[in-house]
Design a protein around this ligand. Sequence first.
Ligand SMILES: N[C@@H](CCC[C@H](N)C(=O)O)C(=O)O
Length: 284
Amino acid sequence: MRFAKGHGTGNDFVILPDPDGVLPLTPAFVAALCDRRRGIGADGVLRVVRSAAHPDAEASSAAAEWFMDYWNSDGSQSEMCGNGVRVYARYLAEAGLVAPEGTFNLVTRAGVVPVTMGEEITAGMPVPRVYVQSEAGTNGAVFTGTAVDVGNPHLVCPVDEATLERLDLTAAPAIDPLIFPAGVNVEFAAVGNPPAGADLYRRMRVYERGSGETQSCGSGVCAVAAVALHHAGLESGVVVVDVPGGRLTVTSSPAECLLRGPAVIVAHGDVDAQAIRQLAPLHS
Ligand SMILES: N[C@@H](CCC[C@H](N)C(=O)O)C(=O)O
């Protein structure tokens, strides 16, 4: 089975080219592929499939040829992945399936996303909706945060620099299942001085639903930017967010949320699907 491997600011993905949607992907198979010791290892899987060939995307096939079929490393699916969109786009361009410059549309479970190609790649993310206050419990403390919908759910908890540094995110923070019945991605964000050209700056770590602590989360960065603008009383602005894996920039207004940053394909290869299938019981 052909695969590629790529990442966006250290958020890494196994990419499975499957234009006609014939691969029998299951949660256990995806989790085995993402196993960092026995499989290829990744935060998630991006199946590259034509929208006309996937039941979740058929209705949008007139708007966009390709569908990002995104899976977390535990085999669950999510509506959105901001870094996934950008890495998927880089894959399409390197495979000659879209032009390396210009803009094209990509279908996701959270709707159609416009993507602008270049040295860095920009995704036109769903405009974040800031909705309610909630809490995350971790490291023996309870952190108050703001819930944000970016197509997928987020809880953004402001913390100081020292707390951000020392948080142990090896275990999932406790969250309110009444507010987040399908789980939530939890971001911890500290304020810093904005670099030239930015209105606001945050440093962020994330515990992702379905993947654990990752080096970066694009939709999480959009959520952090939305809360930063909200707290500053701004409707629009440029927010730079540093994550453990690098830097992402959000340019936000009531009409759009543009997420910009690097996206790289690092490998192409063949994976022994039978060997991965044999691992699958470990993950079911
Ligand atoms: N890393 C992603 C988000 C992936 C999905 C998330 N774990 C969820 O379950 O919603 C990003 O870059 O946005």
